[in-house]
Design a protein around this ligand. Structure first.
Ligand code: GTP
Ligand code: MG
Length: 168
């Protein structure tokens, strides 16, 4: 009987990139076309019994006025998901800025995942898979395109993080 491990996980990324939608899809299996913008941060938990991992998830607010709060949420985190919207170059640039901040100020062993969300909006794509993959490889992140709307790759994203956690 293996010991259950608790892991703090934080989501960061531009306002509207779909952080709350990814968490809601993952934890509750829900999606809303009109998802309210997060105020401060939201806290949810989810256990993966097969992997003996309990995630304590901090879904942060992307609005710039909350930026100064972010260190409270990523400090001590075992993992971070940096989210951008594949239809927005600005959101990809914002994701890169978050990666730089975490590389400078985050825990040295933090697992970092880059999620290109809204993959269902292929016809409006602005960030190619190739450029995101190249960026992720250069920076030692693992990368997946996801859709909170269709649920594509959402469970896979969180499970992959759970598998990468150092064994308790
Ligand atoms: P903040 O809390 O303001 O930082 O935003 P957020 O990153 O939490 O984004 P949120 O989850 O609120 O989603 C913003 C909008 O994008 C909402 O209208 C969602 O319905 C929509 N959305 C989120 N994920 C997807 C997706 O995968 N596909 C599509 N088509 N829309 C999405
Ligand atoms: Mg939100």
């Amino acid at each position: 009987l293996s010991q259950q491990q608790t892991a703090k996980l934080v989501l960061l990324g531009e306002m509207g990139s779909g952080k709350s939608s990814l968490v809601l899809r993952y934890v509750k299996g829900q999606f809303f076309d009109y998802q309210a913008s997060t105020v401060g941060a939201a806290f949810l938990t989810k256990t993966i019994p097969e992997l003996s991992v309990k995630f304590e998830i901090w879904d942060t607010a992307g609005q710039e006025r909350y930026h100064s709060l972010a260190p409270m949420y990523y400090r001590g985190a075992a993992a971070a998901i940096i989210v951008y919207d594949i239809t927005s170059t600005d959101s990809f640039n914002r994701a890169k800025a978050w990666v730089r901040e975490l590389q400078r100020q985050g825990s040295p062993n933090m697992i970092m995942a880059l999620a290109g969300n809204k993959a269902d909006l292929e016809s409006a794509r602005a960030v190619t898979v190739e450029e995101a993959t190249a960026y992720a490889t250069e920076n030692g992140l693992f990368f997946m395109e996801t859709s909170a709307k269709t649920a594509a790759n959402v469970n896979e994203l969180f499970s992959e993080i759970a598998r990468k956690l150092p064994k308790a």
